[in-house]
Design a protein around this ligand. Structure first.
Ligand code: PHE
Length: 346
């Protein structure tokens, strides 16, 4: 009966049950559809009475189905919304953030310091030829200084016959700059260099910043002032003390190695003061000198007219000294825990 159908619809607990009822009443084989089919067999008088009743029943049943469907759907949505509520009091998952590597950081700092001193940045290839890396720098074949570089050579020569290697220092950029731009020059050349060497203070790949000034009347005083100015700015200390030691590089004459005084405080190196003071020591940070006139000539510049100084800074050493690290190899292990220990990740 109609009452019964409406009661069952109102009592349907879920959408599947409701759909089954729709099929039972209104589907092709449904009971109400069946009633409608019987109308055709009735005589006209009876049809006039029964027809509207059956249609009214169909109306009320489909209306009830729609109402119930709406109710169940709203309830289902409410339940889902309640289940998916965001708990704003939960701690947020942490988002790891990348950071600048200490070597890159120090490279940037150095480039900035030298920019203030009027130096432009120059670059050269890491895969270099023998001539730029050695010969033009006054190290002809069989020169004993070549042996000190532990060079990585490529097994085959280039198509144009050049012997290729991984540059052992940034000094070949001196030659490239001289040939490319001529005098005067005031550049730094930061980059990677390679030597077959590995222990706590040596890695097969490391970083240097080359400096080159070519101008008229340049002398050792300019070199000393420049090095002092840059080291004070880099370490942000005025009490930096340098020790200039006579040395030898084939491409500079005279040649000077520069040490920085430091003390160890709580196992951490702190730059400042004379290395000869009690509790202090010296650390070598760079090689330098007046550019050898044969090198100026190899760069296509007249050494009678132009003079200059050059220096090569060990960037990784400087980073260790500034940030108190003691094993160079850790720089290139890529261990995020090490980086964050030194405050390089947020
Ligand atoms: N190229 C030298 C080295 O790698 C450093 C240096 C550069 C020395 C410039 C003097 C002048 O050891």
């Amino acid at each position: 009966t109609g009452q019964e159908a409406l009661a069952r619809i109102a009592g349907a607990d879920d959408l599947d049950t409701l759909e089954a009822l729709r099929v039972e009443f209104l589907g092709k084989q449904g009971s109400i559809s069946g009633l409608l089919k019987t109308l055709g067999k009735l005589d006209p008088e009876e049809r006039k009475v029964e027809g509207p009743k059956i249609h009214a029943l169909r109306e009320s049943v489909s209306e009830a189905l729609a109402v119930r469907k709406d109710t169940l759907e709203t309830a289902a949505l409410d339940a889902r919304l309640a289940a998916e509520t965001i708990d704003l009091s939960l701690p947020a998952p942490s988002t790891p953030r990348g950071a600048v590597h200490p070597v890159s950081q120090v490279m940037d700092e150095l480039a900035e310091v030298f920019a203030d001193l009027g130096f432009a940045v120059a670059t050269g290839p890491e895969i270099e030829d023998d001539w730029h890396n050695f010969t033009a720098l006054n190290m002809p074949e069989s020169h004993p200084a070549r042996a000190m570089h532990d060079t990585f050579y490529f097994p085959d020569r280039n198509d144009d016959g050049r012997e290729m290697l991984l540059r052992t220092h940034t000094s070949p950029v001196q030659i490239r700059s001289m040939i490319q731009q001529g005098a005067p020059i005031r550049i730094i050349a930061p980059g990677r260099v390679y030597r077959s060497d590995s222990d706590a203070t040596h890695t097969p790949m490391f970083h240097q910043i080359e400096g080159l000034v070519i101008d008229k009347g340049i002398h050792l005083g300019h070199l000393k002032w420049t090095l002092e100015a840059f080291l004070k700015a880099f370490f942000e200390r005025d009490d930096i003390v340098l020790r200039l030691r006579p040395s030898y590089f084939p491409f500079t004459e005279p040649s000077i190695e520069v040490d920085v005084g430091y003390s160890s405080q709580g196992g951490r190196r702190v730059v400042g003061g004379s290395g000869d003071a009690p509790g202090h020591a010296w650390m070598e940070v760079l090689g330098s000198g007046m550019v050898n006139r044969r090198v100026i000539a190899a760069g296509g510049i007249d050494p009678d007219e132009w003079q200059g100084f050059a220096f090569g800074i060990g960037v990784d050493r400087l980073a260790m000294l500034k940030y108190g690290m003691d094993d160079l190899r850790a720089f290139f292990d890529g261990d995020v825990r090490w980086l964050s220990h030194y405050g390089f990740s947020a």
